[in-house]
Design a protein around this ligand. Structure first.
Ligand SMILES: [Zn+2]
Length: 364
């Protein structure tokens, strides 16, 4: 079984925390580690700051890469609602990184800064309002990535989460991922660009989820193209209750045009070998889309090879709303009222999934 993220949640009840000691700690201490990114996430009910720490090893030097995990060395102190995270790592961030600008407005975080370091430590401070928020620290691992030069990059995020204390129970967190973007157009057919359809349907879904009290994070809200790993990371860092990638479908381009136009309908993709396989959620999504939109439904696809599905440690599904080469599907997709119905179906199915899981939990 592959190595998956171990979510070690350490509440800041104690003032001084040292990273968990693992079997690989000896090796980790001798490895050069770098802070390569600081990511911030502002949601309605929580703010999250994730410090990405990486190390790179020749594949040959790791006897069992599947068993190896990278544990950055760090400690955290808290005084007067100010958290200070010190990581034993060099920083490759630009010198002018203005962390304060990363959190623009938050009722919980009052200050966020990276401090000048002594080259071997990276220091981040976060001040928060203890009346409005509770703080927690977790570590989240990215899937190891084998490089063309036969080295392996291990990335671990040190994640600081500041959650609203006023909202009980805490709302569900959904990460919505509009497929493609930028120069990655996705499918193109009948004068439609998949990247634009995906974004519009996802933005419409976001609004519906928010109206129903969900905390929603979008992997993109414009014509950008985040990497697939960055998209999955967002779901993992936020410990989302579900990760939904929204796409539209096409048939292979080497198929004769006349044949491509024959297929219409909806489907959903999941990964049966994931840490949390989401076949049930995929089924609900495909059923709801097909039912609401009066579309043909293709069998679900089990796709463990797809990056967003095999790098997400939370239930993850890719939905393919409709088939773009088909003239009738294309006509429907080009209408906003229809995209609104698709967004509504995505919400209904996901909301139903959480009601069913809550019921099942109560029964056990
Ligand atoms: Zn796509």
């Amino acid at each position: 079984m592959p190595v998956f993220a171990s979510y070690v949640t350490l509440f800041i009840a104690i003032l001084f925390l040292v990273s968990p000691v693992s079997a690989a700690a000896d090796l980790a201490e001798t490895l050069p580690a770098s802070v390569v990114a600081v990511k911030t996430f502002q949601l309605e009910h929580k703010d999250v700051v994730a410090v990405a720490v990486e190390t790179q090893l020749p594949a040959a030097s790791v006897s069992d890469p599947l068993a190896y995990t990278f544990e950055p060395q760090y400690h955290i102190t808290e005084r007067n609602s100010i958290l200070t995270l010190t990581v034993a790592a060099q920083s490759t961030l630009p010198a002018d990184t203005n962390a304060a600008a990363l959190i623009k407005f938050s009722p919980r975080l009052t200050r966020l800064a990276t401090m000048p370091d002594n080259k071997n430590d990276f220091i981040l401070t976060a001040a928060y309002s203890s009346r409005n928020a509770t703080a927690a620290v977790t570590t989240v691992k990215r899937k190891r990535v084998i490089q063309p030069d036969d080295t392996i990059i291990f990335r671990t995020y040190l994640v600081l989460t500041f959650s609203d204390t006023l909202t009980t129970p805490p709302p569900k967190t959904i990460v919505l991922d509009p497929g493609h973007g930028g120069t990655a157009l996705g499918a193109t057919s009948n004068y439609l660009l998949e990247k634009e359809l995906n974004l519009d349907i996802t933005l419409l879904s976001r609004d519906i989820f928010r109206q129903h009290g969900y905390d929603v994070y979008m992997t993109r809200t414009d014509d950008s193209n985040p990497s697939l790993l960055d998209r999955a990371d967002a779901a993992n860092i936020l410990q989302a209750d579900a990760f939904l990638a929204i796409h539209n479908n096409s048939m292979p381009t080497d198929m004769p045009d006349a044949a491509r136009k024959l297929y219409r309908g909806t489907t959903a993709l999941y990964n049966s070998s994931a840490l949390k396989p989401a076949k049930e959620l995929a089924t609900l999504l495909a059923n709801e889309l097909a039912g609401t939109l009066h579309l043909h439904q293709y069998p679900l696809q089990d796709r463990p090879g797809l990056v967003v599905l095999n790098s997400s440690w939370v239930p993850a599904v890719i939905v393919e709303v409709a088939m773009m080469p088909h003239p009738q599907d294309a006509k429907l997709l080009s209408q906003r009222v229809y995209r609104q119905q698709a967004a509504q179906a995505i919400f209904q199915a996901t909301d139903k999934y959480f009601s069913l899981t809550a019921l099942a939990t109560r029964r056990n």
